[in-house]
Design a protein around this ligand. Structure first.
Ligand SMILES: Nc1nc2c(ncn2[C@@H]2O[C@H](COP(=O)(O)OP(=O)(O)OP(=O)(O)O)[C@@H](O)[C@H]2O)c(=O)[nH]1
Ligand SMILES: [Mg+2]
Length: 256
């Protein structure tokens, strides 16, 4: 069952008490490839919330993102690095991060991009919806109050068209199933067979939403405003879009 919480899209104010004795029971998984210019500030911003840990999954970024995280992790107990030997893809990066977060006992596992398209200010909204209502909460650009800024027509068409396409073919009543700003209750990731997940590019998000919904979990969406990345380069490619188009059919036909 899918529902939408109509909340204000604006992020809440920043926390004022940075050192509250709160257990950090939520892990925010951030996959990175060449995010040197973003990584310090995104980590600092997420760690302002005492309940969050950050787990960066870096694919040996040539720009040194991983080394930078490793240096900080030596003195920041709420920061972890999962360093992989090379660019192994977004899907397997998330899965590796989810497994590590489960092993470390996280009760809520969140995911977001490093490039500030996902405003950390929404993290408490996602968490609250997962604590009170949903098994999986999606940050959604396509429910009332959500949206994108800075995107040209082509990018908008690809994103909206991709969501319509996946939603119709898979019978998914979700407005935005391609986004990567989410919060899972622990039980969802423990229940799903993560070894069976096949998509590695952008269809990874579609596949995870589909599997979660099909397993009978409650999926909800909250509105987010999604600006374009601040700095650094997009890893979006034609190959990734084509993989997603094909994988939706493979999922529909039960081939993956
Ligand atoms: N570990 C890992 N991270 C990746 C890989 N590809 C992309 N990422 C990270 O995944 C996140 C999303 O990638 P982006 O390039 O921003 O993709 P996008 O947000 O869909 O595209 P833009 O909106 O154009 O930026 C970023 O934090 C990237 O650094 C990969 O192969 N491995
Ligand atoms: Mg991005």
């Amino acid at each position: 069952m899918i529902e939408t919480i109509e909340t204000i899209a604006a992020p809440p104010p920043r926390p004022t008490h940075r050192h509250d004795p709160v257990v950090a029971d939520c892990t925010v998984v951030i996959p990175t490839y060449n995010e040197r210019e973003n990584i310090d500030s995104i980590i600092a911003r997420v760690l302002e919330y005492p309940r969050f840990r950050v787990l960066v999954v870096d694919d040996n970024s040539p720009d040194g993102t991983g080394r930078c995280v490793a240096d900080q992790a030596r003195t920041e107990p709420r920061l972890g690095l999962l360093a992989r030997p090379g660019k192994l893809g977004l899907g397997t990066a998330y899965l590796a991060g989810f497994r590590r977060a489960l092993d470390e006992g996280a009760q809520f596992i969140l995911e977001m991009d490093a490039d500030f398209s996902h405003d950390p200010g929404y993290l408490p909204h996602l968490l609250e919806a997962a604590e009170t209502t949903y098994d999986l909460v999606l940050g959604s650009r396509y429910v009332r109050g959500g949206g994108t800024t800075d995107w040209g027509m082509v990018r908008q068409l690809i994103s909206r068209g991709g969501n319509l396409y996946a939603g119709i073919i898979l019978g998914l009543p979700i407005a935005d199933c391609t986004g990567g700003f989410r919060c899972y209750r622990r039980q969802v990731l423990e229940t799903l067979d993560l070894d069976a997940v096949r998509s590695n590019g952008y269809s990874f998000q579609i596949e995870m939403a589909y599997r979660t919904y099909r397993a009978g979990f409650l999926v909800g969406e909250i509105p987010i405003i999604f600006p374009d990345r601040r700095v650094g380069n997009s890893k979006m490619s034609r190959r990734i879009v084509i993989e997603a188009l094909i994988n939706v059919w493979r999922l529909r036909l039960g081939l993956i």
